[in-house]
Design a protein around this ligand. Sequence first.
Ligand code: T4K
Length: 435
Amino acid sequence: MKAKEALVGLEAVEGEKSGPVVRSLGNRRGDADPSARPSNDMPALKTVNSAKDLAINDALPMFAEPLHVGRPNIGNHGRFLKRASEILQSGWLSNNGPVAQEFERQIEAFLGVKHCVAMCNGTIALEIATRALELKGEVIVPSYTFIATAHALQWQEITPIFADIDPATHNLDPSAVWRMITPRTTGILGVHLWGRPSPVKELEAIAKEHGLRLMFDASHGFGCTLNGKLLGGFGECEVFSFHATKFFNTFEGGAVVTNNDTLAEKMRLMRNFGFQGYDNVIYPGTNGKMTEIAAAMGLTNLEELEDFVAINQRNYRCYRDAIASIPGLSVLEYNESELNNYQYIVVEVAPYFPVSRDRIVEILHAENILVRKYFWPGCHNMQPYKSYYPHAGMVLPNTNLVSERVIVFPAGALLETKTICAITSVLAALMSAAA
Ligand code: T4K
């Protein structure tokens, strides 16, 4: 089925035009035999002749169940359950147990780094890393990232200073970083957004020139390379999130990886309240420990990374190829000469596309396609930063621009290619109906 053949009428939404259409089963809400309702691996076959067939206009949605961004990648259930059973029998559930230690060794081997300090989530890992690096004053960070990157600094009473991004890469623009340096700056926290590497070399040069510490939020970047080297080994340390929605998950979890022995030792103590042995506390620490069950999930998922990548890459190519024929929409591309995890399907809506980004999101949500506007509106437009720096947006034109354009689409192993065709057919329909 060609995307353009699968038109969904848009008249009532954007104008009075009708379009050809493909889907059959285009009943109104309440008309359908429930047994005929579609499931996610069998897209609805509703005929859409006009805008009245859009779910936003009270027609049946295209999918019976919501299609989510960030469905977890889950490895072999049997092997996970075996590990879980062994944990239960062992009577050791947390506090640097044997499974967490095994997990750390395997992550170190996989990434080729000296130390993996596993944590309970990526946010705490960021906080511990910034403390261990003794960052203070101001730290330069992108605003176009998940709020946790900024909050981790703020929570440590470090001022996040938002630098603009390069609209082509969505990552920090080195010249913008350079402009934000003040006498109070102590570090740069780059983010490898969508798993696409930050401009590491340029940031290293700036950090060196100004005597700043450099670390990365690699939450999206597990399994991705820069010049053939896996993310994890850059800067003084890198932080991963192993949250359920990430390419590689431990239910909840995270880690700081580093080649610095002293830093690693400090972070190991900090994640356990600062205890050095029984009864002896030498740092103000917190509870950042990874549980045994989380580590068991990690060990299980590590065994299937190649399969996860293959599925994600298939999904990515399917979206990219279908969307390529829709003027005004583009999929953010991954550099296929590097390793990528292809976890995020990021689509940009050009200003000349006939339907606004927000309207597209509304239309897709009504069809049960739960796309997201990550990372709109940018950290600088969220509290407390919005109140602290009401004029920050003036130096963040690209952040504002990109965050107004992006839609992240459902992906993951449960998504079949025919489902992706159905999703992209709605987009094609929006274009055609308004043409
Ligand atoms: N730095 C960066 C750059 C990050 O992106 C993140 C986290 C962090 C730091 C902090 O790391 P953690 O402390 O989280 O380890 C989600 C995640 O909760 C968050 O981890 C992630 N970034 C962010 C990008 O996405 P929300 O607020 O969008 O979550 P939520 O509940 O709306 O879920 C997203 C989608 O995933 C939904 O459509 C539902 C689906 N989902 C979610 C879960 C938890 C599932 O299908 N299954 C699930 O188990 O933040």
